[in-house]
Design a protein around this ligand. Structure first.
Ligand SMILES: O=C(O)CCC(=O)C(=O)O
Length: 333
């Protein structure tokens, strides 16, 4: 058993190098300290009791989704849609031996906006920061942080080990049930056998049963492990590989975050030669985003007294802008 990780499911296979993700209680983790000790240092953490009292805590069960949205066709994965009732039945029938589907592609703002009031007030640690700035170009302006629903039954799992695109941080907040969550640090990237065409995705088919003959470097990686319970949020820093597996019917939400800590990597990625833009346009875009990053950094440090408008241009916390989860999200799917 790992120190600090009390779940029976935390037994690692003998050949897995494993450490427990640090846990902090929201009551003793002020938001500025979270930003300083974890976000700025690109270190994962589980914040316990991160979710403030909101209707989702009491309402969100598999039955709630079945009754409220049963006949609605919903996106489960990029290539798979089904009626919500059929999906919920498959989640409830899911077992370790025969895992059911795992929903990881349903963006709440554009597709199930009726759910947004259930999430108010939002988890303050998941605030998307620069993604909520009105100065962000339209393409990346996501005041809700690409708020997404994650839903699966026993044994259901996110289908591949990956890190998030555009150098984003992520915050995954468990609302119902329990889920095992694993991370690997960026320095273990070679041990993840990235896909050549999609270097943020691992080619390892099942990270819970790795064939070490075929993927020998994987044995050198250090797994950071935790089990999420209702109210827990795991902060996944940029470029950290991660995956999840439901231990019971599990419902959570995911949001991305961008700020000064991961801006440089964001600019590098969206302006990389892989982006297919002509060279001159790529350089112009890089210069624009670098200047925007500098401007946002100044505005974020601006004294907050009597600076309501400036605070909204470069919001540092949800308090400065209201509930970002309920803001309109135009023109994206
Ligand atoms: O299922 C999970 O909790 C992982 C979600 C995730 O990593 C993602 O949506 O990018």
């Amino acid at each position: 058993m790992i120190p600090g990780d009390s779940d029976a499911t935390a037994q690692a296979a003998p050949d897995v190098r494993r450490v427990a993700v640090e846990r902090r209680d929201a009551a003793s983790l002020p938001y500025p300290v979270f930003l300083r000790d974890y976000v700025a240092r690109n270190r994962p953490v589980v914040v316990e009791n991160a979710l403030p009292a909101c209707p989702a805590q009491h309402r969100w069960t598999p039955q709630y989704f079945r009754e409220r949205f049963g006949s609605r066709d919903v996106q489960i994965s990029p290539s798979r849609k089904m009626a919500f009732a059929t999906f919920v039945d498959a989640v409830l029938a899911s077992t370790e031996a025969a895992p059911g589907p795992y929903m990881y592609r349903l963006f709440i703002g554009p597709h199930l906006p009726e759910l947004l009031p259930d999430l108010e007030p939002m988890n303050p640690y998941a605030f998307p920061r620069r993604l909520a700035s009105p100065l962000m170009p339209q393409r990346w302006r996501r005041p809700d942080g690409y708020l997404k629903l994650l839903f699966g039954g026993v044994g259901g799992r996110f289908p591949f080990l990956h890190y998030d695109l555009e150098n984003a941080h992520a915050a995954i907040t468990e609302i119902y049930g329990d889920k095992e969550f694993i991370l690997y640090p960026p320095e273990d990237s070679a041990c993840m056998y990235p896909k050549p065409e999609m270097p943020n995705q691992s080619t390892i088919p099942d990270v819970h049963r790795v064939d070490l003959q075929r993927y020998p470097l994987f044995a050198r990686a250090t797994q950071h492990h935790t089990v999420l319970h209702p109210g827990d949020m795991v902060f996944v820093p940029s470029r950290w590989w991660h995956g999840a597996r439901a231990l019971s019917p599990s419902i959570s939400i995911c949001q991305n975050q961008l700020d000064g800590s991961n801006w440089g990597g964001f600019v590098d990625e969206v302006c990389s030669p892989r982006s297919e833009l002509p060279t001159a346009k790529r350089h112009a875009k890089r210069a624009y985003l670098a200047a925007l990053g500098g401007l946002l950094a100044v505005l974020e440090r601006w004294p907050r007294r009597a600076a309501g408008r400036i605070a909204r241009l470069a919001p540092r916390s949800g308090e400065e802008v209201g509930n970002s989860g309920t803001w309109a999200v135009d023109g994206w799917k």
